[in-house]
Design a protein around this ligand. Sequence first.
Ligand code: EPZ
Length: 431
Amino acid sequence: MDKLVIRGGRPLAGTLRVGGAKNAALPAMAACLLTADPVTLENIPDVRDIQTTRRLLETMGVATDAGAGRAKHRIGLHAEFILHPEAPYELVKTMRASTLVLGPLVARKGEARVSLPGGCAIGARPIDLHLKGLEALGAAITQDHGYVVARAGRLRGAHYRFDRITVTGTEDVLMAATLAEGETVLENCAQEPEVVDLAALLTKMGARIHGAGTPTITVQGVARLHGADHRIIPDRIEAGTFIVAGLITGGDVKVTHCEPRHLEALLVVLQQAGAQVSVGEDEVQVRGVERLRAVPVATAEYPGFATDLQAQYMALMTQAEGTAAITETIFENRFMHALELNRMGANIRLEGRRALVAGPTPLSGAAVLASDLRASASLVLAALAADGETIIDRIYHLDRGYEKLEEKLRAAGAAIRRVGDLIPARGAKAG
Ligand code: EPZ
């Protein structure tokens, strides 16, 4: 199992280039199921969740063609025939976003069999709101041996309000509605940029959608969708992670190929904390300052402070003057990184959904464990600021959503390297 070895204390300097948004690419790949024509997607990040989704689509009978070399961030998807409208447990258990195939399969094929995702490290993460939305469109949903089975004739447009805001729930039901008969009005929708990007792709495919990016989305169903080419938006979470990396190391970093508009909630808080941030058209320049001020944050659905940046922000607040109260309102168990940060010298007290980060505390390198994708990023950031060497184990979590993170950080001056098993697995030849 790969590990990252990081020697901290070196200010980052130079450029960190942002890739395509994993959480926009995943629904976009699922959208190819809605048409028998080929779909080409650009700016796709080369990360594990994308590889998992490509494998999942191939098991259904989708022809895929991932570019190589310079074209490696391009993927061609052709769902001319969907032979097996099923998402097996082996794949869904590694990536819950596989449930994004549910809506497209029911809409295109009239049937879908998708393994229930089960919980994950950050919470129970049910999909009840996805299922209620598809039932509202006329799908018959049953559960069978850990699988959700959905069947429908042609879906019918409906008026459906999400009980609570759900990003992939909005995306799943939106995709199904594009092929439903008549008008669908979806209320209390997620407004994330990834939802807007999906709607842009669907519109290029011939869907008739209004209101993406607002709480109410209206869809006029069409009989079929056609192929399209689409470039995925930049990854706002990778961009935010890089911005924090520049600040926590007291460096001078330009984060490029990003969309600053998608980072407003983070940038406002960082400016309140005293960070030097300058924003360009598609880049953000950050300079670490002597001392940041602690600023409280509560995560919220977009355009609020992203839950996917909470762990990274917590690492930064260990170096800020004062006590920052960080409230996680989206997931019930998203503070695992706090326990590992404390082992590195942080002073974080957990009170239910609130974490109180008292700073500044000097961090020292330690052997730590990654527990989920963004917690892993938080540990990398802390390690970059820590005195001495940190070894982060189970970084397969990180590889799900960050492409070559150690290479990008090394190019900006970090002392970071990836190592395989420090102790060769039993029976393996010692290297
Ligand atoms: C998306 O997950 C993202 N994943 C997550 O990013 C992100 O943390 C999350 O949105 C919140 O922004 C993708 O887009 C692939 P939700 P999603 O449905 O859609 C509850 C990362 O690090 N809920 O918006 O699964 C749920 O339990 C990942 O890249 C229900 O109760 O999140 C949670 O408490 C982690 N029933 C809340 O709603 C449902 O049917 C928000 O979840 C659906 C969700």
